[in-house]
Design a protein around this ligand. Structure first.
Ligand code: OMP
Length: 292
């Protein structure tokens, strides 16, 4: 990677500041073909570009985190990736942190290349953080964890995903009786130990999981951020957050994609939709914290 003249501020510190000033909401940039159609756009690169540019213009000055889902850009090949590159740069320029949702995971030597694609400051898709999958073994993520440390970026590791199919792998019990997901969380706790105000290594834990976390023996106190997708289109609400996350609710970065994006293409409507979810999240977190 590019040599750094000075140690960059860690992602965890940058994220905590953004959460404190803008609120913790993350909005996903997920240009589904159906959303392009709803917005009156063509399902091609021009439609993708217009959609993405509108979302960035509407929300990059307002929300803490924007999370482009790479698959929706990859389906258009190199021209789709060019749209993604510009969106990442524009969103960061406007003050949002960009979490690239790429869910990468591979053997360590290949993981190093994925890490450079998103976490090397010289890379065209350089982002503030990236989502990764630990299901080739947590240790295979080491190159990404190390590059994140060096470049002041973050890594969000899938632990307990929002989809119902995730449980067959994530709740599975290891020989010592701990669940696979609890083991992932344990690794993250060790990674973030001693970091203040919080570590740069997050977990993805679905807001849809209700009270099933107990079944996975999941201890969410990892001293790092907890990305919580599933609010809106997948049925969870802001009011579910304290139930799912308990005392860790202060570290939750709730994600909403379709339920905000459906408000477009009107910029004011997109902003109002995000603001409504942000208010609901703030209310839910504040009342949970007040209740102790
Ligand atoms: O890592 C993610 O972002 C993610 C993890 C997970 O467990 N569930 C999940 O839905 N996501 C992503 O979060 C977004 C949810 O979108 P909506 O259901 O439209 O709000 C999509 O981009 C998913 O790929």
């Amino acid at each position: 990677m590019t040599p750094q003249s000075q140690t960059p501020e860690p992602f965890g510190a940058r994220l905590r500041r953004a959460m404190d000033t803008r609120g913790p909401l993350c909005v996903g940039i997920d240009p589904h073909a159906s959303l392009l159609a709803d917005w009156g756009l063509s399902d091609d690169v021009a439609g993708l570009e217009r959609f993405t540019h509108t979302v960035v213009e509407a929300l990059a000055g307002q929300v803490a985190v924007l999370k482009p889902q790479s698959a929706f850009f990859e389906r258009f090949g190199s021209r789709g990736l060019a749209v993604l590159e510009r969106a990442v740069a524009d969103a960061r320029e406007a003050g949002a942190l960009v979490l690239m949702d790429a869910k990468r995971g591979d053997i360590g030597s290949t993981m190093a290349a994925y890490a450079s694609a998103y976490l090397d400051p010289a890379a065209p898709l350089f982002s503030d953080a990236v989502t990764v999958s630990p299901y080739l073994g947590y240790g295979s993520l080491r190159p990404a964890l190390e590059l994140a440390r060096a470049s002041g970026t973050g890594v969000f590791v899938l632990a307990l995903t929002s989809n119902p199919e995730g449980a067959e792998v994530q709740h599975a019990l290891r020989a010592d009786g701990s669940s696979v997901a609890a083991t992932v969380l344990e690794h993250l706790r060790a990674e973030n130990a001693g970091a203040a105000p919080m570590g740069s290594y997050g977990a993805v834990v679905g807001a849809t999981l209700g009270d099933t976390l107990g079944a996975a023996g999941a201890d969410l106190a990892i001293n790092g951020p907890l990305l919580a997708p599933g609010i809106g289109a997948q049925g969870a609400t802001a009011a579910d957050l304290p139930k799912v996350f308990g005392a860790a609710v202060r570290d939750v970065v709730p994600n909403v994609s379709r339920a905000v994006l459906r408000g477009g293409p009107d910029i004011a409507a997109l902003r109002a939709g995000a603001a409504r979810f942000a208010d609901e999240v703030r209310e839910a977190v504040e009342s949970a914290v007040a209740a102790g």
